[in-house]
Design a protein around this ligand. Sequence first.
Ligand SMILES: [Zn+2]
Ligand SMILES: [Zn+2]
Ligand SMILES: [Zn+2]
Ligand SMILES: [Zn+2]
Length: 318
Amino acid sequence: MEILEFGFMQRALLAALLIGLTAPAVGIYLVQRRLALIGDGMGHVALTGVGLGLLTGQQPVWVALAVTVAGAVAIELMRARGRTSSDVALAVLFYGGIAGGVVLLAKAPSGTPASVTAYLFGSITSTTPNDLAVFAVLAVVVLVTAVGLSRVLYTVGGDEEYARASGLPVLGMNILLAIMVAVTVVVSMRVVGLLLVSALMIVPVATAQRLGRSFVGTLGAAMVIGVLVSVGGVVTSFYADTPSGGTIVLLAIGFFLVATIGSMVWAAAFRRSHSEAEDHLHRHGPTCGHEVVTHEDHVDYLHDGHRHAVHGAHYDEH
Ligand SMILES: [Zn+2]
Ligand SMILES: [Zn+2]
Ligand SMILES: [Zn+2]
Ligand SMILES: [Zn+2]
């Protein structure tokens, strides 16, 4: 294939494969915690890191990583202290991040407006072999952590009170997740770009949620979709001569629309479909402590991201 004859395209495709797997695997926990835009905020902060790196003549990747991880931990500590003022604190961090980045990049020796665009929206041709080696190591570490600790991360995100009561390190897990988001943002800056990486964390997960009900099923589907859109987007951008980040995100949104319309049609066709909760040992009741949600003519019990309703001798998944 013509596309594989170019060294920069081989690197871009490999980077796309890594980020296509990693971004949704981390993003699924953000969706679960209703923190879909945190990744976007970290992209803003990363830009200041890139600017700082170029200005001081250091490797932009490492400086961006250090600054973004610091920002991620700060955001998580602010979040843990209650949410009254954290909205405003986050906004200041987001805008401060992008303003600092734009100013520093303009002052950097090699900082031209074109290079700002490359970092914001991705530029596959700029991935050096050295970048790729660093990205690969970081992406694999994040991926192994996101999948390997999925039970703990998922339990903490589903019910913090329950997680705390059962002795799980809630704050530690939330900070770990924030650091994984920060690393994912930096790793994806060449392929997807800092302003669009959040979309690759969130949209494949939203698409997968239309298809699967269990957490593991959704995680797997989101990673498959992530790889399809990121690798597909890089290939498309090569032939269509478009920016890789925007192409990837448009492709992801296309999948999302197809899945959404498809699941609506499916639901209309099989209205009262029946899905039992699997392996359900817990007995729900008025005093079990799970949140009760009124649903049509019955109540659902909310726990671990699932909604279960009593049905005869078993529970249904709603
Ligand atoms: Zn219960
Ligand atoms: Zn229900
Ligand atoms: Zn249940
Ligand atoms: Zn049933």
